[in-house]
Every structure is written in structure tokens, then in C-alpha cells.
Design a protein around this ligand. Structure first.
Ligand code: PEP
Ligand code: MN
Length: 339
């Protein structure tokens, strides 16, 4: 249930409602909005009697939340969440582009790619230091050395960095270096990692599991928010189907469903969806057209030499072209109020 406070409700009235909720053994979660505060009721096993709260001073309404996810849902928070990292805003009203190699391979590689993508208009640099690879014989990432290279790229370019954490053991380390912590598709339901991410002081980029429904994905985001971290960015990256023409199948309908269901920002990763360079630009255009708040794209200055995912990495000039195309689509939509 969501208790909606009056626009003019005082802090004392809000505190009394919180107390009344907690006296009944529930958890109260105040959610500040643009105009008014709402208070979410969590940890109720069954139906909550609205009349317990409706008459309290400062209470305007009590709404039953019908969705299994609460904190991530629009029923709980109507206004879009904007995740702010320095000067970069992620969420409604922005088209945020994250780009870089699949994996950080060397100082030279990371900085060369970072300078290229920044010139084309990327806002955030991506690069894996810990890589979830299908084969234990494949390149596993540079580990902490990779994180140090990311910090150097941030220092030299001013771009925030996003990088993946694979397990609980390394999250303190990744949190210390990253501006955004990525939880990858394979870890979307790693509940202990999600709970720890809920206590992180950095935003979380939560990728959709390759066989996850939208409900399961939003429930995974709920774990993070329930832990106290409201800075969550969702990322659609394709789901496993029977096709052979691409690595996964990009589920663009998920973008519009998520925007309807949740206030959280949603971006698209066309690179891991496609698995092939030639599909990345068309899928990027489509992602922006469907309303995504941003993209995360793999780019390499020499993809044929890349230690991972070279086949899906764009050349720098292709990335520049992509940026121009998606910005033009985004501006057209914005001017025509299509967003
Ligand atoms: C990645 O972004 O490097 C990655 C491994 O992606 P995903 O978790 O979507 O496969
Ligand atoms: Mn990759």
C-alpha cells in the first residue's frame, strides 16, 4: 500500500504516519516526490486496511499497489527517476550514451578508445575488468589492474566509468573504482549480490537476465531498492531464443513495458543482443525510437585484435555515425513530443 500525503503535510505529520505504520509491524518507506511525499508500506503479508491510515492528519489517500514489485513501480513513485553522475543525467529527458570496449586490455587500448568515443559524444566509458566468460580458457579480464586503468581514463577524460562486478568477493573493490556498478545478465538473480548492491553508495546498472521475464527483472531491481539504493538503471540486452542470425533477440517491447511499469531509467545494449557489428547501428536506432533513455555500446579501435567480443564491437567511425543517427532520431522525437 502507498500512503499519499497532502501537498501541505508537515514533517511532523509524515513522521506520525511512519510511526503508525511501524507500530503495526510493517516497514514504512517515505518517497519524496516533486509535489508531495508518499509513504510506501512494505513487509505486509496480506491486505492492509486502508482505514487505519486514511483518517490520520496530513493523509490524502491510501492506494493499494497491485504489482509484486513495489519500490520500482510507477504505482509507488509516479515521477521518473533521474540518476545523476556528476554532470551526466540518466533517465527521462536525456539520451545517455555509454561506450567502450568489452574488456579493458591495456592502458593504451582503453585510452585510445575512450578518446575516440568521447569525441563522438559518449558520456560514460564502459569496460570490463572482471569478465564473465563462457569458457574458463578465455580472457578473464585484468582484474584490479583493469580497474586502475579505468580510473586513469576517468582522470584523463573526465568521463565517469561503468564496469561489471561478478561476485560478492570483489564488490568492495569495484565499488571503490566504478562510478556505476554493472550487474551482468548472468548475475541478475544472484540475490546475495543484489542485496549487497542495495547497500552500495554507487548507482547500479542492472542487466536483464538472458531468460528473465520483465517481472523477474523488476523484482531483481526491487532487491537493490529494498536494500536502500534507489539509483538503479535497467538495461535490456536481448534474451535467448531459437534464432541463429544473432547472439540473442533484442526485446524492444520490454523498453515500453518497463517505462510504463517503472520510474527507473532504462537503456539498451544492442551489442550483446546482436553479437554482430552489422546489426548494432540499426538496433541502436530502433532502441532510441522506442523510447530508451540511453545506450551502452561496445567499441574497439582494432576489433580484429580484441580479446573479447571483437565481432560485435563497432569501429570508431561507425560509432560516430551511430551517435549522429541516434541523436537525430532522439531530437526529432523530442521536438515532436513523441517522448
Ligand atoms: C558486458 O556488458 O560486458 C556483458 C558481459 O554483458 P551481459 O551481462 O549483458 O552479457
Ligand atoms: Mn562484451
Amino acid at each position: 500500500m502507498l500512503i499519499v500525503m497532502d501537498k501541505k503535510a508537515t514533517q511532523e505529520q509524515i513522521n506520525s504516519v511512519v510511526e503508525a505504520i511501524e507500530q503495526r509491524g510493517f516497514t514504512a518507506r517515505p518517497i519524496p516526490g516533486g509535489e508531495r511525499v508518499s509513504i510506501g508500506i512494505l513487509n505486509n503479508k496480506g491486505h492492509v486496511d486502508a482505514s487505519l491510515f486514511i483518517g490520520l492528519p496530513g493523509v490524502k489517500d491510501a492506494i493499494h499497489v497491485t504489482r509484486p514489485y513495489k519500490l520500482v513501480s510507477r504505482e509507488f513513485k509516479h515521477e521518473d527517476t533521474i540518476v545523476q553522475i556528476g554532470d551526466v543525467s540518466i533517465g527521462s529527458g536525456n539520451l545517455t550514451i555509454m561506450a567502450g570496449p568489452c574488456a579493458v586490455e591495456s592502458e593504451y587500448q582503453a585510452l585510445t578508445i575512450a578518446e575516440h568515443v568521447q569525441r563522438s559524444g559518449a558520456h560514460i566509458f564502459r569496460g570490463g575488468a572482471f569478465k564473465p566468460r563462457t569458457s574458463p580458457y578465455s580472457f578473464q579480464g585484468l582484474g584490479e589492474e583493469g580497474l586502475k586503468i579505468l580510473a586513469m581514463v576517468r582522470e584523463k577524460t573526465g568521463m565517469p566509468v561503468v564496469t561489471e562486478v561478478m561476485d560478492l568477493e570483489k564488490i568492495d573493490l569495484v565499488e571503490a573504482y566504478a562510478d556505476i556498478i554493472q550487474i551482468g545478465a548472468r548475475n541478475m538473480q544472484n540475490f546475495s549480490l543484489l542485496r549487497r548492491a542495495g547497500r552500495a553508495a554507487k548507482p547500479i546498472l542492472l542487466k536483464r537476465g538472458m531468460a528473465a521475464t520483465i517481472d523477474e527483472w523488476l523484482m531483481a531491481a526491487e532487491y537493490i531498492m529494498e536494500g536502500g539504493n534507489s539509483q538503479v538503471i535497467l538495461c535490456e540486452r536481448g534474451v535467448r531464443t531459437f534464432v541463429h542470425h544473432s547472439r540473442n533477440t533484442l526485446d524492444l517491447s520490454a523498453v515500453s513495458v518497463v517505462i510504463k511499469e517503472s520510474h527507473l531509467p532504462i537503456i539498451v545494449d544492442p551489442s550483446h543482443a546482436a553479437g554482430r557489428r552489422d546489426q548494432v547501428i540499426p538496433l541502436s536506432r530502433a532502441s532510441v525510437a522506442v523510447g530508451a533513455h540511453g545506450l551502452i555500446v561496445e567499441v574497439h579501435h582494432a576489433p580484429e585484435e580484441a580479446l573479447s567480443d571483437g565481432a560485435q564491437s563497432l569501429y570508431p567511425d561507425q560509432f560516430e555515425n551511430m551517435c549522429r543517427q541516434v541523436r537525430s532520431i532522439y531530437n526529432d522525437l523530442k521536438e515532436g513530443n513523441g517522448l
